[in-house]
Design a protein around this ligand. Structure first.
Ligand SMILES: [Zn+2]
Length: 402
């Protein structure tokens, strides 16, 4: 189920870090922030069994966007998405000042190239991509994007966040400890963003995200979020939001996403095979079922007992290692609501990391296992919102932007 959260006042998301005089916000609402708000609301009402209650709903991360046309989804772009270095952005952005030379996804072409090489293909040129509009180099696109249904067509857009005027505030570094007041500079997200329509200057910022749980538990979560402000400085007037169920239609299920991923990989294979000097010796297509696991939040993984950036999947008694991946390091910090102290920081794989696995045999148990994985998350500290993932991110279809 998708929910939408609309800030009514400026919002500061993120932790107060020891040793820093700056209080800045991250650009999405981590699921754990909403879970914390729910726990706080239950506590304020003297409810018992708070932890088992809030654990009944798995709360994903909420990503920034705005209401323009019906929303099909809002997600972080995968690390494999590239855009023109000279003029970045989607080709068909609604606002006339925003369009760039396009955003393309390189995961499937790169995967096909590497699988063809494994199959013995010899290419006369290395794999490289340049902008189709101007021929300039490409760089990682990054950030969040939304797919809107615009009449009979679909359009991608990225919003530009705005920051609320900075304010100096004094606050104690550890919420429960009586330390002297420190002066902080707070930089909050504005509840207004630049409009996608040319006639308006600004429009309301909203966050879209997914939750998994029983309807009555989700309604209890919504009720709590509507009563408790979220984020840092929430007792000082920041972070009041409205949450409600969102009308999101037509987001493809896992089976369909896996099928489309397979079809696009087959196309890329055919296209690249033609470029090989020994094309006639190569197989017609890739063997087995390939699928990707894409991180919608940082992921905390272990490889052979030590922190790592690459997750192993366990499906039907088989351990699967990725055959291809793109990741970068990040840090997973956290805040223990119970202790009022920061949690230990782990190495994490960055949001947008993408991992491709190969499955051989019956697709049925695979799809069931992937549905479970998407509901539960991948890796460690999933209960804090780390490891939220999407199977076969729809943006991998955008080998050329439509
Ligand atoms: Zn260009």
């Amino acid at each position: 189920m998708w929910l939408k959260i609309k800030p009514e006042v400026p919002l500061i998301l993120g932790d107060v870090r020891a040793g820093s005089q700056f209080l800045s916000s991250i650009h999405y609402i981590p699921g754990r922030v909403l879970r914390g708000a729910w726990a706080e609301w239950l506590q304020a009402q003297d409810q018992q069994n708070i932890l088992p209650t809030v654990e009944r709903v798995r709360i994903g991360n909420f990503f920034p966007t705005t209401e323009w046309r019906p929303i099909r989804y809002t997600f972080p772009l995968p690390l494999s998405a590239l855009t023109c270095k000279r003029k970045s952005g989607f080709l068909r952005e609604p606002h006339k000042e925003n369009p760039g030379h396009g955003v393309v996804d390189t995961l499937l072409p790169q995967l096909a190239y590497s699988l063809l090489e494994e199959a013995g293909a010899r290419f006369s040129v290395p794999f490289a991509l340049t902008c189709i509009e101007c021929g300039d180099r490409m760089e990682p696109a990054g950030g969040f994007y939304t797919l809107y249904r615009d009449g009979s067509t679909e359009r991608y857009a990225q919003i530009q966040l705005r920051y609320h005027a900075q304010t100096k505030v004094g606050l104690s570094r550890h919420r429960r400890a009586a330390v002297e007041q420190m002066l902080y500079t707070a930089s909050a997200l504005s509840p207004r963003v630049k409009s996608l329509q040319e006639e308006d200057e600004t429009t309301a910022l909203i966050f879209m995200g997914r939750v998994h749980g029983e309807r009555e538990d989700v309604e209890a979560l919504i009720d709590a979020v509507n009563h408790v402000a979220i984020g840092a400085l929430h007792t000082r007037g920041y972070g009041r939001v409205r949450a409600e169920e969102a009308d999101v239609e037509g987001f493809p299920g896992i089976k369909e996403r896996v099928t489309r991923f397979k079809e696009t990989l087959a196309h890329c294979w055919q296209d690249l095979k033609r470029l090989a000097v020994n094309a006639e010796d190569l197989p017609e297509g890739p063997e087995g079922i390939y699928f990707s696991v894409d991180l919608l939040s940082p992921g905390v993984f272990r490889q052979g007992g030590v922190p790592g950036l690459v997750p192993t999947l366990h499906i039907n008694g088989q351990a699967l290692e990725p055959v291809f991946w793109m990741t970068r390091p990040d840090l997973a910090s956290g805040w223990s609501a119970g202790w009022g102290l920061p949690k230990p920081t782990n190495l994490a794989a960055r949001m947008g990391s993408t991992y491709v696995y190969r499955w051989e045999g019956d697709p049925k148990p695979l799809i069931t296992a992937l549905e479970h994985l998407e509901r539960r998350g991948i890796g460690e500290r999933c209960d804090e919102g780390f490891g939220e993932c999407l199977i076969c991110h729809p943006f991998h279809q955008e080998v050329e932007e439509k």
